[in-house]
Design a protein around this ligand. Structure first.
Ligand SMILES: Nc1nc2c(ncn2[C@@H]2O[C@H](COP(=O)(O)OP(=O)(O)OP(=O)(O)O)[C@@H](O)[C@H]2O)c(=O)[nH]1
Ligand SMILES: [Mg+2]
Ligand SMILES: [Zn+2]
Length: 322
């Protein structure tokens, strides 16, 4: 196998730790180096929102300043979303991870089941195991922890309750992270960076304020970055997101991304039921009867409306196979 680039320069392998606007920090032989996307990757910058993502294994040529990323090695997995409401391109958020911790807070900001559901759908579609983290249990004056926990446990997810402030659940979290590459993902201000600082005080990650007016975080973390804990666990801290639209998922696939819907699928009046309030829909009836959490069904219906239909079946030319 050749180890050189097209112009014959020597290539070394590295791990992408952080991506700022157009510079990537790549771990090469134990040292983090700034690298720019080179060659074909540079050309792809306009076409694709994120040709390189944190967690990518890349091949880099060290000649030149800055060094250049020539190639992204095949990904084991990745999570992507639709870039924005004005930009339908795929945005790869991170790659090659073992698990995603979907972090929400019980208060300040209030837990958004809609946002958590959307991220869980994306992880399920990407076949990345996910865990739900309910942070700020110290602020749970309305006692919402129990019902949120029940909702996600019924869908088969592990739910961890934590307080970065008091330390609740931090040791359990450390156990779950051990020996793996994980991601903290969720809204701004829920305490993703605070949890990392609680796990590893030496990290000194920047922590934001939560605005009383908006009851939302102020997007303190601006770029995803991978940090390593004392026991060698790797964790990617990410910037808070407003909403999450899974990329590449079509309408007919969505139902399978809600694991607790499974017992009701195939029991609707219409065989091609989309589970969007058609008469005799077993899924909708289950949600109405309290057998499925209404919040989960609401997210399903909302997402269904946003997703694309499956690609048209290729029509066979009449007579050709007759
Ligand atoms: N009471 C309480 N406050 C917390 C807890 N965890 C974090 N906070 C506070 O919540 C605010 C936001 O925390 P961050 O760690 O910056 O949140 P983040 O999720 O990293 O936010 P972004 O980087 O903007 O995505 C800070 O003021 C923290 O002190 C907690 O468990 N309890
Ligand atoms: Mg942060
Ligand atoms: Zn149905």
């Amino acid at each position: 196998m050749s180890n050189g680039s097209s112009d014959g320069s020597h290539l070394v392998e590295g791990l992408v730790l952080r991506g700022d606007a157009r510079v990537y920090h790549v771990l090469i032989d134990g040292r983090s180096r700034p690298c720019a996307p080179g060659g074909r990757l540079f050309e792809e910058l306009n076409e694709r929102k994120s040709p390189v993502a944190v967690g990518d294994r890349v091949r880099v040529t060290l000649e030149g300043d800055p060094a250049r990323i020539e190639e992204v090695l095949p990904r084991r997995n990745w999570l992507s979303k639709v870039a924005s409401s004005h930009d339908p391109r795929e945005q790869v958020l991170f790659a090659n991870v073992d698990q995603v911790f979907v972090v929400g807070s019980l208060a300040a900001p209030k837990f958004s089941s809609n946002r958590a559901d959307r991220i869980l759908v994306g992880c399920h579609w990407s076949e990345i195991p996910a865990v739900v983290v309910l942070n700020k249990v110290d602020l749970d004056e309305d006692g919402e922890e129990e019902s949120i926990r029940a909702t996600y446990e019924a869908a088969g997810y592990e739910v961890l309750s934590t307080s970065a402030l008091r330390g609740d659940g931090v040791e359990t979290l450390r156990e779950r992270l051990k020996g793996r590459t994980s991601v903290f993902y969720g809204a701004s201000g829920v305490g993703k960076s605070s949890l990392l600082n609680a796990l590893e005080p030496g990290l000194g990650l920047k922590i934001g304020k939560v605005s009383k007016y908006w009851d939302a975080g102020k997007h303190t973390t601006t770029f995803s970055s991978m940090v390593s804990l004392a026991d060698g666990s790797l964790v990617i801290d990410t910037p808070g997101i407003r909403t999450f639209r899974p990329h590449g998922l079509v309408k007919t696939e969505l139902r399978y991304r809600f694991p607790e819907f499974a017992p009701f699928l195939g029991k609707c009046h219409f065989a091609d039921c989309s589970h969007d309030h058609e008469p005799g829909c077993a899924v909708a009836e289950a949600a109405e009867a309290g057998k499925l959490p209404p919040s989960r069904y609401l997210t399903y219906v909302e997402l269904l409306d946003e997703l694309d239909p499956p690609p048209e079946e290729v029509e066979t030319i009449s007579g050709e196979f007759a």
